[in-house]
Design a protein around this ligand. Sequence first.
Ligand SMILES: [Zn+2]
Ligand SMILES: [Zn+2]
Length: 249
Amino acid sequence: MESKLRFDLHTHTIYSHGKGDIEDNWVAAKAAGLETLGISDHGPGHIGFGLDPKKIPEMKMKARAMAMRAGHEGGPNVLIGVEANIINPDGQLDMTPEQLEQLDFVIAGYHFGTIGKAPLKAGLMHAAGFVYSHTHLSAARQRDYNTMLVVKALENNKIRILSHPGAKADFDIPTIAKACEKSGTWMEINNRHGCLTVEGIRQAAKYDVTFIIGSDAHVPGDVGKYDEALRRAVEAGLDLKRIVNLRQE
Ligand SMILES: [Zn+2]
Ligand SMILES: [Zn+2]
């Protein structure tokens, strides 16, 4: 039996710091045989290259053009989402609920170098996170704090996918998995970052959560790539039926 990726919702374009336009990712997704392509550029909290929410209508127009093309020549449909930033201790993402409403789906993830609604506090927090993660100073405290940020974001927003859980800092995966179970959020096995790790998959699998593979492509050539993520899932002994975008043939 062979596994095949049905859809890839985690791809970046020139609307943040990806290399290709929506059309380029679509052409790559078509070549990869995907049914659906998701565009999920970084939220505006990413200084210098985050998505400009004013461009969402333009992106949706491009998605519609691709849908028309798919009607003629086949190929995937396109959904426009975002990879928003988990940043504020109050559980808010770096986009307003009104901006999020315009999108087809929401991915959220924790990244360095982002600012949110409380920039100073968030900036200090991320600086602290960076220092702690590189010195193991007060590691347990930082870990609890990071985990709390993610749990609050899951409680306060309709997050479809939590991207690369465990990447960029230290987190308590069982606590996050429990929160994902409650919110119905899919946990990503990211093909580009090593997270979820093999151990993270094992810990999360103890909860009633659904997994999804994301390529996290920043160049069109990486759209639909899933070999590394699948390798970790297999190594973790995960029942592959629990990965929502994997089809067994
Ligand atoms: Zn990310
Ligand atoms: Zn990403």
